[in-house]
Design a protein around this ligand. Structure first.
Ligand code: GLN
Length: 453
């Protein structure tokens, strides 16, 4: 069948079903069909780009030329990006068709997709529950087959946690593996884009498109990109899996623990050996992240001042009123909370006590992993401590919400690649197995994930 037929199939499903899930903020039907037509034509002329004619959905954090790029915020509800993010450009060059932009927590701050200006996303497995966040729209769209694959971003778990809660596959690459150019910044030293798909094989295909050095992002890595599809079937005999004892302690849902242990057994059957390891600073990940991420966010979000682009309040009295009222009216509660925490942590007099201390702890967390990878090839554990919770259940309790990220945050603080793959069910809800690799070992993660699936 043609790309036009395939694209139309997904557009029809979105029209019929997305009223139940709210996974898209913007659907670009006309543009998608035009891109699909162009792909069909190119193929009939013998051109074969890597993803020629394949529909993809993009998290609404990636700037897309001529299309609204809201980042889930009222602040950018009127923002039409004047250029494409590098990730978007790469998908275009690979011949992919963009179906539209997916819903997300406001400025990617959240773990439940409830902080979006466009309303919460619902988990397709059980619409009373959250899909996870912040890439919840991408996860729900892939889970409900409203897109075959999607992009997401992960600052502290936002690809892996919604992938786990929606029963799909998600990969956060090594920091620097994928360009951040044109991706609206939340916490620049942690943000990283990656694929959200139905299988490891699809994730490998998307990584072949997304990864690579970009002169427009000085933190992107100057390191050759392997063919991520090449080693998917490698034998796992002799692979050593590290199980951090801190990831199986109190606070972990018993059924998730059961699913994860069953998955590990499966790896032993595939020839891997298992070793208990320790990541002793794990319990400091939440406080450390919730200083560093808001600090960077408070700096990054200072550009939204109502002057250059984005939301502007009505009838400002003077410049000060324009700044303060635009920000007060344009940002939601969670974003304001982060800006306040970050500004406080960075202010003179508190810097040493909070930000500097958090940076020192970040190094200790990183060293835990560096030491662990001297003994093991891959680390495994649960992606989340609990399965999907009910909408509204944690929205008035930010600290409980923050604790849902306990197993994912350290990976960003260390800059390592991490992946979540479906590993059965807990309380009849999907659960994720998390795979953590050494720097730039995405191919190893994809291989291990593929052999399991
Ligand atoms: N849930 C975490 C937060 O709220 C992580 C979000 C993310 O990875 N973008 O900051």
């Amino acid at each position: 069948f043609s790309s036009v037929e395939l694209t139309q199939h997904y557009l029809d499903r979105i029209k019929q079903l997305d009223g139940n899930y709210n996974s898209y903020i913007t659907v670009t039907a006309e543009q998608a069909l035009a891109q699909a037509q162009a792909a069909d034509q190119a193929r009939s002329q013998g051109e074969h780009a890597l993803l020629s004619g394949i529909p993809i959905a993009h998290k609404d954090i990636f700037c897309t030329s001529g299309v609204k790029t809201s980042c889930g915020s009222k602040m950018l509800d009127n923002f039409i990006a004047p250029y494409d993010a590098t990730v978007i450009e790469k998908f275009q060059q690979a011949g992919a068709v963009s179906l539209g932009k997916t819903n997300m927590d406001e400025f990617a701050m959240g773990s439940s997709n409830e902080s979006s200006f466009y309303g919460p996303v619902k988990n397709p497995w059980n619409t009373d529950t959250v899909p996870g966040g912040s890439s919840g729209g991408s996860a729900a769209a892939v889970a409900a087959q409203l897109a075959p694959a999607a992009t997401g971003t992960d600052t502290g778990g936002s690809i892996r946690q919604p992938a786990a809660l929606c029963g799909i596959t998600g990969l956060k690459p090594t920091y620097g593996r994928v360009s951040r150019f044109g991706m609206i910044a939340f916490a620049s030293s942690l943000d990283q884009a990656g694929p959200m798909t139905r299988s490891a094989e699809d994730a490998a295909l998307l990584m072949n498109v997304m990864a690579g050095l970009d002169e427009k992002d000085s933190t992107s890595a100057d390191k050759a990109v392997p063919d991520y599809c090449a080693d998917l079937n490698q034998d796992l005999t002799g692979m050593t899996i590290g199980l951090p004892k801190e990831y199986f302690g109190k606070g972990l849902n018993a059924e998730i623990e059961h699913s994860v242990q069953a998955a590990i057994k499966e790896y032993e059957n595939l020839g891997a050996t298992v070793k208990e390891i320790s990541l002793p600073h794990t319990e400091l990940a939440v406080p450390c992240y919730y200083i560093i991420a808001p600090s960077e966010a408070s700096a990054n979000l200072s550009r939204f001042d109502g002057v250059r682009y984005g939301y502007r309040c009505e009838d400002p009295e003077d410049l000060y009123d324009l700044y303060t009222r635009s920000r007060a009216e344009g940002f939601g509660d969670e974003v304001k909370r982060r800006i306040l925490v970050g500004t406080y942590a960075l202010s003179a007099g508190f810097y040493d006590a909070y930000y500097k201390k958090a940076q020192q702890i970040r190094r200790l967390i990183k060293n835990d992993f560096v030491n662990a990878f001297k003994e093991v090839d891959i680390i495994m554990g649960p992606t989340t401590p609990n399965p999907a919770f009910n909408l509204g259940e944690k929205s008035n309790d930010p600290v409980t919400m923050y604790l849902e990220d306990i197993y994912t945050l350290s990976v960003n603080l260390a800059g390592l690649p991490g992946m979540s793959i479906p590993a059965g069910f807990a309380d009849n809800k999907p659960t994720g197995l998390q795979l953590i690799g050494n720097y730039f070992e995405e191919a190893r993660l994809l291989n291990a994930a593929h052999r399991f699936q």
